[in-house]
Design a protein around this ligand. Sequence first.
Ligand code: NAD
Length: 421
Amino acid sequence: MSDPTALDPRLAEAARHVPLARATLDRLRRPRSSLEVSLPVRGDDGEVRSLAAYRVRWDTTRGPGKGGVRFHPEVDRAMTERLALGMTLKTALLDLPYGGAKGGVRLDAKQASAAELERVARAWVSGMADVLGPERDIPAPDLYTNERIMAWMVDQWTATVRGHQPAAFTGKPLALGGSHGRTTATADGAKHVIDALAPKLDLAGDPPTVAVQGFGNAGAELAEQLFHAGYRVVAVSDSRGAILDHGGLHVPSVRRVKERGEGLRSVLCEGSVCEAREHERLEPGDLLTLDVDVLVPAALGGVITEANADAVRAGVIVEVANEPVTAEADAILAERGVTVVPDVLASGGGVTVSYFEWVQNRQGLRWGAEEVARRLGERLRATAAETWGRAEELGVPLRTAASALALERIDVAASARDSLT
Ligand code: NAD
């Protein structure tokens, strides 16, 4: 981008559809704060190495920063800022009382020992302590971070502030103030969104067919829920391989094999449904262009681009990963009539249950699993319906409608703050 303060092009397009105060768009041109620090961390080999670490609050008009922390070798300031803007739109769309934030450490977590990960997690909290807090900025898990890492982080926070503040982090273990429903929240939310939109989407297959890229926390859980709901999940992939069965995979069996650490390539038939079948191996990239009703990218960003968007044959793409469809691909898919359910909506379940966790922590209460599930379903289904309605009203894709709704909410809050009288 030549002008670092230029508005993201997809956001600029959404802004054309809603009357906004000029000051609102100005707020969204650059981060509220963007912190880059160097974390010296000792490895198990005794050497100290300095890791690049980030925390960005893109906007805090509607409340404190909220967003995950990822440990990944490709993390940099630009990626963290882009994702923090995305969180700003997601929390506004879902009407959560937050702004948007994101953080990370540039690190290959797969190569790190548990002891090294603990030192990195604790160093990240110490490095970012000035900008964090339950009313300032509340981190959560993201790629290659999980509730164990959140436990170390909240423990480090306790030592830093000399007090117990569970609401400073979400995605914690239940024993440390975590919420029921957090681990499956993203998949649960995506399923609610699919259920809410299914009657309006043209899911031609009977049953509708699905392919899922990324058989991790979110992707595997969603694949299993769709399987139990009667969808035919024909292909799934992870970082090591992809499998295909046009007759439908027995997803719980695939999951059990993967959980035993054997990888998808080694899936053998197990249980009545799949005993008679062999799974075909598939080139992982080919999963994205399978002839299915629903394609679920649930792994990495930027996987559907102008290079392969023309080859996508799915009628509906449900973005569980952050930013799996690029802006260029969006334009091609819209032209071809492919419906993209955007990440801000489809993967909103995680931050919604994070919000429920924060609320419970601040009240000193614990809600039961059913209450969390009920509240999640209500919010996600209502937001999906609202987004669909706005898309129809404006005659725009769901992503533009979702961004327009988010911008409107930010604008109302910004105008209230900025009003002169
Ligand atoms: P995860 O680490 O549990 O799973 C990611 C999966 O993707 C793994 O199975 C990995 O093997 C697979 N993968 C990696 N590279 C791949 C490739 N090239 N092809 C196919 N598969 C590949 O992570 P997760 O929590 O399930 O998150 C997945 C995505 O969803 C991320 O983009 C994340 O930012 C997004 N997301 C997650 C949450 C959440 O609460 N978990 C919330 C919102 C968005």
